[in-house]
Design a protein around this ligand. Sequence first.
Ligand code: NDP
Length: 330
Amino acid sequence: STQIQLTSRPVGTPTSENFSTVSIDLPALGPDEVRVRNEFVSVDPYMRGRMNDTKSYVPPFGLDETMTGGAVGRVVESTSDTLPVGTAVLHGYGWRDVAQAPAAQFSALPETGLSLSVFLGAAGMTGLTAYVGLKRIAGLAEGESVFISGAAGAVGSIAGQVARKLGASRVIGSAGSAEKVAVLREKYGYDDAFNYKDAPVREQLRGLTPDGIDVYFDNVGGDHLEAALDRLNTGGRVALCGAISQYNDTQRAPGPDNLSNLVTRSLRLEGFTVGQHQDLQAEFAEKMTGWLHDGSVVFDETVVDGIGNAVDAFLDMMNGANTGKMLVRI
Ligand code: NDP
């Protein structure tokens, strides 16, 4: 099995020097085990946090150990009655081409006619994140307006469309290129969008939200969060999903300079991690596979080929090379 290991902890922006590719001989299967040929491996922003040796909601990657993360594939060898050869599975043994472990570590996936990759993106963890953040955390209601940052990425591209499904009256997004802004407007159903690199976010958001916003779905933090706090209407809610603008920082970022808005306009900010909301997974998967089948929700994938390019895929995703979900195809 070809596997990717973390060999040193990055300070600031990671480089390929922090990783190595190793070849590992897999032993014969023990009882109730499976061997899985991965088809797609996920690279995600939260993995940057796992490269640091700090306590968080997921433990850090060990040095000189194969990294883990979301993956989908098919069983190619099995001593398990529940997961026979050919079963499609979702599991946590990413960053490798072949995975082997006790069958209980793998979840069988339904045969939907969709690519298995959708269970890493639109119908998987990142899609569920969009759904949880808007529906449960922000409580987005019909007729409300919403601003979503990181709008052209895996979570953001689905969030815009889920907001529409929940009855949002106006959906505004931000992303880091003119091409992405066009995709937001033309494909993901955003009413309007801006490139945060063109001018200060505060200025651009103010221009596009004359009536304010009721909900902010925050993927970016920093200047985007400050801009949103200025624009939230009384009783507005913020779902704090991520703060990717700060993940490579070596110094702590200063806090928002306008928290007093929370007091004067009764705003509520609430963070969440999707893992704590798995109870919504079944409801979400049923709705989303329906929407994907009838074409009322669309999605993009940016696919990089070969496990040997997984590190580049991760680094490129952090730099914005992806539209929709960034995936490594094995
Ligand atoms: P994306 O597919 O959105 O990929 C990351 C994107 O971040 C890049 O494409 C890039 O797009 C953007 N980006 C990078 N640097 C900056 C910056 N300095 N300012 C603004 N944007 C930047 O990743 P995901 O959809 O997987 O994740 C999006 C967010 O959601 C992340 O913050 C992640 O941590 C969070 N998340 C949280 C979860 C939870 O449970 N709370 C679960 C899953 C994700 P661009 O070209 O627009 O700059």
